[in-house]
Design a binder for this molecule. Structure first.
Ligand SMILES: [Zn+2]
Ligand SMILES: [Zn+2]
Ligand SMILES: [Zn+2]
Length: 374
């Protein structure tokens, strides 16, 4: 699309972490700002491995222009009979770039997390809504922050005629009431955790699937427990939201959650190369291995050389009956997110809303203000 005075355009440039995927999109300026929908539906969570995804629909006819040597054949696509779109992710690093139409016309809903080149420009991005908060069970991050950059976010649940929800929403019925979404369940009010209970973690396609155990009695009494368990509750694992650039660019979402679990508390046993099921590995740095499902693209594990006995499990995969935040399994660090400086640089208003919201949410619900992950 050529820019002219009568039809001014704006070009945005995106790339994934490994940079095998690089493309631009050229938009009519009249379509800006692009409205960001934070989608909490089960499809978006289980294909990204994140607590939610960050999407915006492009005007029909606007296509991705790949920047050589990048090309569309460096992407993997994934769809499912329940989808109204096809998901695309980098075959090398797993970064989700967005969804295309199933019917052949050029109609994209893109991830908004991969536009470093355009991150600071005014008037391009506008956070607009939380979509499908009801499918989270506990509100998820929609219960943590309700406005970004001074704009109150709309709450859209299923069956509402919103472009993103019609393109990506789950077919699962929303069964959670408004009251439950705003209040969630109070994990601390419940009876003690069953030590034999297991938590399922599974990507959307099901090719990556495993169970997490409660901290074993041996682990609880071992020296390692002082690092990896909270004095608040030694039957749950530590968890944190992460705003780092590397996580953003391998997942394709503005934030990701991690639960820190000893490898020996996962069944079936995780092989030393970390490749569970159809997983692929990507080294984001020399001493860091990240894995993602090669079929649907979900982020699965983060592992680093300094603490080889622990894997960070992407919390978007967790299937805790109580909800997305898996509060019966996780003590969240609510006073501090990982890598806030990265998040503030990428989108200050969003990072502030999330950090401020987590402080309040964590205090109200009895999570840990602080702990240090080595
Ligand atoms: Zn990549
Ligand atoms: Zn969705
Ligand atoms: Zn999968």
């Amino acid at each position: 699309m050529a820019s002219s005075d009568s039809h001014p355009t704006k070009t945005l440039t995106a790339s994934c972490h490994c940079r095998n995927i690089q493309f631009s999109i050229t938009l009519p300026k009249s379509s800006l700002p692009l409205k960001i929908h934070i989608c909490h539906c089960t499809i978006c969570r289980y294909v990204h491995g994140a607590p939610c995804c960050f999407h915006t629909p492009l005007p029909d006819g606007v296509d991705l222009d790949f920047i050589a040597p990048s090309s569309k054949d460096k992407l993997t696509s994934y769809t499912h009979p329940s989808f109204r779109s096809r998901k695309w992710f980098c075959s090398t690093c797993g970064c989700h770039i967005g969804d295309s139409s199933l019917t052949g016309e050029v109609s994209w809903t893109i991830s908004t997390a991969i536009y470093d080149a355009n991150r600071e420009e005014e008037g391009i991005w506008k956070f607009n809504s939380h979509i499908c908060p009801g499918s989270t069970g506990d509100g998820g991050l929609s219960g943590v922050f309700g406005s970004v950059d001074g704009v109150e976010l709309k709450m859209w649940d299923l069956d509402l005629p919103v472009a993103d929800s019609t393109k990506t929403a789950s077919s699962a019925p929303a069964t959670v009431t408004e009251k439950a979404v705003s209040q969630g369940s109070n994990a601390n009010a419940d009876i003690p955790a069953d030590p034999n209970e297991k938590l399922l973690a599974q990507c959307h396609c099901g090719d990556v699937s495993f169970h997490i155990s409660r901290p074993s009695p041996d682990f609880i009494t071992s020296p390692a427990s002082s690092t990896w368990l909270s004095p608040l509750d030694k039957t749950r694992w530590l968890a944190s939201l992460d705003l780092c650039d590397d996580c953003r660019l391998v997942t394709g979402t503005n934030v990701i959650g991690w639960m820190f679990v000893p490898v020996d508390h996962i069944t079936p046993a995780v092989p030393s190369n970390l490749l569970v099921g159809s997983s692929k590995a990507y080294h984001s740095t020399e001493d860091v291995v990240r894995t993602f499902c090669g079929t649907c693209g979900a982020t699965v594990f983060y592992w680093c050389k300094e603490r080889p006995e622990i894997v960070d499990v992407a919390t978007g995969l967790l299937r805790a009956p109580e909800g997305v935040m898996a509060e019966k399994w996780a003590v969240w660090r609510s006073g501090r997110l990982a890598w806030p400086e990265n998040g503030l640089r990428y989108h200050e208003g969003f990072a502030r809303a999330l950090m401020d919201g987590m402080k309040v949410w964590g205090k109200e619900r009895g999570h840990a203000d602080e702990f240090v992950v080595p």
